[in-house]
Structures are given as C-alpha cells and as structure tokens.
Design a protein around this ligand. Structure first.
Ligand SMILES: Cc1cc2nc3c(=O)[nH]c(=O)nc-3n(C[C@H](O)[C@H](O)[C@H](O)COP(=O)(O)OP(=O)(O)OC[C@H]3O[C@@H](n4cnc5c(N)ncnc54)[C@H](O)[C@@H]3O)c2cc1C
Length: 429
C-alpha cells in the first residue's frame, strides 16, 4: 500500500496552516475538503487577531485578502427600547497590525491557492467518512470506496469533528459547550460604510451587542465592517435556546436584531449577499478534546480551541496557531519516524507554551461566569434605563442626580447581595 506523509481532513484555517508549514519542509501533504472549495463551508464573525500568531505564522499570511483593519471597538447593551454603547478608538489600533476583518470564502480560497502553488494537493468536494486503522493506530482515511494511507491524519474538520470522535478523542457533546451562530453579509458601498462608521478606506469597526438582541438568551450580536459589506450576526447558546420558554427559533433573532433602530440605520439600503449558520465551541478550557492519538492529531475547532471572552470571540488565531504547531510536531515525528502518542505529546507541550493553552487556562472560568441570565437580561435593561432617567427632562421638576441614581440602583435590584457577589467574581475571570 502506498503511503503519503500527511492527510489533512478539512480545509479551514487550521488545516490550511498545518499544510503550509509542512509544505515548507517538502513533505507530501494532501488536504481534503468536503466543500466546493476551501472557505465555501466556513463561517466566522469575523475578525482575526494577528499579534498572537505573528511569530508562528511568519510570512504565511503575506498578501492575504484582509477586508479592513479594526480601529474602532464598540460594545452595546441593548435594552427593550434603549441602549448604551461604549466606543473605543486609539492610535495604537491604527498604527499596529492588531486585527483585521475577513470573509472566509475569499480568505480560505486565497490560502488554498497559495498552498497549491507550493505543491500541496487540495482536493475539494471530498468528504471523509471514516478513519483507517491498524491495531490501535490510525493509518489513513476512507471516503466512499477510496482510501488514502498516511503516516499521520490531521483532524481539522471543525467543531463537530467526526474524525476526533471516531478516534475516541472527543469529549461527550454537551449542549452547554456549544452555541449556534447565524450570519448575514450585507453589501454596501465603501463610502457609505466609511461615513456610517466614521472611518476611512481600509479602516473599520467591530461591534458586539448583548441584551435584547438574543431576548435574554446567553449570546449576543456582532457587526464587522468589510471593505464593501457588513457582516452581521447573532450567536445563541444551544442549552439556553433549548431551555427557553416559550421557544424561540434562533433564525428569528437575526430578523428582530436587524429591525432594531440602532442596527437598521447602519445596514439601510444594503443587499443580502450571503446567509450562513454554524456551530461554535463555547466550552473553553473544559471543552478541549484529547489532542492526539497514535497516528492522529486534532487541531482548531475540532479540538475545541475557541474562546468566548464576553467582549470578543477568538477562534481563528487558535486554529492557525494549533495548525502550525501540529505541523512542527509532525516534522519532529518524521525525523524520528515515530507517529505514536509518545512523540505526538510534543504537540500538547508546545501548545502549553503558547497563548493557545495559556489563554484558555487563564479564562477557564469564563463559561461559568457567562452562564448568568442577568448578563443578558437584567444589566442590559437596567443600565440604559438608569441613564435614560438621568438624561430625561420631563414636565415635573428634576430630582437631584444623586437621589435619582440612588433610587434607581436600589429599586432596580442592582445592589442586591447576590448580584454584587457575582459581579465581584469578575476577578476570577
Ligand atoms: C458565527 C461565528 C462567529 C465567529 N466569530 C469569530 C471571530 O470574529 N473571530 C474569531 O477568531 N473566531 C470567530 N469564530 C470562530 C472561528 O470561526 C473558528 O474558530 C474557526 O473558523 C475554526 O477554524 P477551523 O479551521 O478549526 O474549522 P473550520 O473553519 O470549521 O474548518 C473545518 C473544515 O473541515 C471541513 N470538513 C468537515 N468535515 C469534513 C469531512 N468529513 N471531510 C472533509 N472535510 C470536512 C469543513 O467543510 C470545513 O471547511 C466565529 C465562529 C462563528 C460560527
């Protein structure tokens, strides 16, 4: 039987990054992707942070089709019919290569073309059905009647990773460890985007929303400006959706979100270019799978490498970093001609030295902190209401501000012991 060095299942950022670094060492690599082309099945918000992967990526992303550099950050608390936004702008965001918005259909396609120039076979429309085994060791993949044998299989097949599951590496799926994201890409002229978001060509805005956007369900909304389009979407926790009474269909949330005054004006006159839905890993550190077995290594979302930090979602730079480190590991395994768990443990050890495992570890309490209904109902309603009372001048004489604030804080329940205790728990996240 003919054996190649590596077969990579899934042409997302994790798989493509791994392939790139292997190709640099002239290894024989095949990437198989079930979509019509890499990027066709991939969904992200999306903003890619570059600084964490600067050293790992090297020149890998030179010339990549970034949409806009994010120079403006906004967070909005949406009440029932009012909202508060915090808006951050800083020279640092403009001068440094901090983060960029991307569209995966363009980005992943560009990446796979770059790989093919380097001699990597990227095979689209190729859905892997199973792993091939020899004893307790993975020796290849099976798709329909076809079999490909390899020294090692890279499972980069995304959040639902059947490869990791078939290899017995994936923890049992719990609804609390996943969210569903629904996204629209809305076309708008570049000038309109610049005007509406007060940015210049090439610069853009990232905005997150919590509160009424998900009708109190764990999750939120996002908006990213691309060159000539806006990525708009919602994310809702699967467990919270299942427990919601009366039931809410996730797809209706994006329709009501788009009707909000705060959002409607930003996308007014736009054409819908793309509609997609995807699952997101939300388990954090506790949701990470076993990372390798004999002849197999798991990267990106397939391994559970994504981090919801409340103020931002990070998954893509985790996918890229884990793909690159998996490649390093495979190169090391080839040198010793040993693809057993013993050699592959290098992968986990290296990840522990990088932001991948360190950030997941630092924010390991985040899923528990975010599992708090108040964050999605009580606070997004109370703060805008409080500010509205301060700013409202009605027919009656105005109360002293101190009294208004005190009465609101006390009557709303914001000062309750239970809530303060949870908020002070912030030090643990
Ligand atoms: C709505 C939403 C918003 C997000 N926002 C952000 C953000 O702003 N910033 C950020 O950093 N992260 C964000 N993320 C997370 C980020 O998109 C993911 O972490 C990242 O895409 C993971 O990359 P990956 O390569 O591991 O997996 P994927 O991109 O999912 O790639 C997996 C690939 O495997 C292929 N595949 C699956 N099964 C098979 C099979 N059997 N055979 C062959 N091919 C197969 C799929 O078609 C796919 O191309 C968001 C995610 C979602 C859903």
């Amino acid at each position: 039987m003919e054996k190649i060095d590596v077969v990579i299942v899934g042409g997302g950022l994790a798989g493509l990054s791994c392939a790139y670094k292997l190709a640099e060492k002239n290894m024989q690599v095949i990437v198989v992707e079930r979509g019509g082309f890499p990027g066709s099945k991939n969904v992200t918000g999306g903003r890619l942070y570059l600084l964490p992967i600067k050293d790992l990526a090297g020149d890998m992303l030179d010339g990549a089709p970034f949409e806009r550099k994010v120079v403006r950050e906004r967070w909005s608390l949406l009440g029932k019919d009012n909202s508060i936004s915090v808006d951050l702008m800083g020279e640092k965001f403009r001068t440094e290569d901090h983060s960029y918005t991307i569209l995966r259909a363009n980005f992943d396609r560009w990446f796979s073309d770059r790989l093919m120039e380097k001699g990597v076979f990227v095979i689209p429309k190729y859905r892997v059905d199973d792993l091939l085994w020899e004893g307790n060791r993975v020796i290849g993949i099976k798709a329909g009647d076809e079999e490909i044998y390899a020294n090692i299989v890279v499972a980069s097949d995304g959040v639902l990773s059947f490869m990791a599951e078939k290899a017995g590496l994936k923890p049992k799926m719990k609804p609390g460890n996943y969210a569903v994201g629904i996204k629209e890409v809305i076309e708008l002229p570049e000038e309109k985007i610049n005007d509406r978001f007060n940015v210049v060509n090439g610069e853009g805005c990232a905005q997150l929303f919590i509160g009424d956007v998900t009708k109190g369900i764990f999750g939120g909304g996002f908006l990213y400006t691309n060159k000539e389009s806006i990525s708009l979407g919602i994310v809702a926790g699967i467990k919270a959706l299942m427990e919601k009474s009366p039931t809410i269909e996730a797809h209706t949330l994006i329709d009501t979100f788009k009707e909000r005054y705060e959002v409607k004006r930003l996308i007014d006159g736009g054409n819908l270019l793309e509609y997609s839905a995807h699952i997101i890993p939300e388990g954090g550190y506790g949701g990470v799978s076993k990372l390798y077995g004999n002849g197999i290594i798991v990267v990106g979302d397939a391994a559970g490498f994504a981090l919801n930090m409340g103020v931002t979602v990070r998954g893509m730079e985790f996918a890229i970093a884990s793909g690159v480190i998996a490649a390093e590991t495979i190169i090391h395994a080839k040198e010793t001609d040993d693809y057993t768990e013993k050699t592959l443990s290098y992968y986990e050890n290296r990840l522990k030295e990088t932001f991948v495992m360190r950030d997941l570890q630092s924010f390991r309490n985040m899923p528990d902190f975010l599992d708090n209904d108040d964050l999605f109902t009580f606070y997004p309603r109370s703060f805008p209401d409080l500010l509205e009372k301060v700013m409202w001048f009605g027919g009656e004489p105005k109360e002293r501000l101190g009294r208004t604030l005190w009465n609101e804080l006390r009557n709303s329940g914001m000062l309750s012991f239970k809530r303060l205790k949870v908020l002070f728990g912030i030090k643990d996240i």
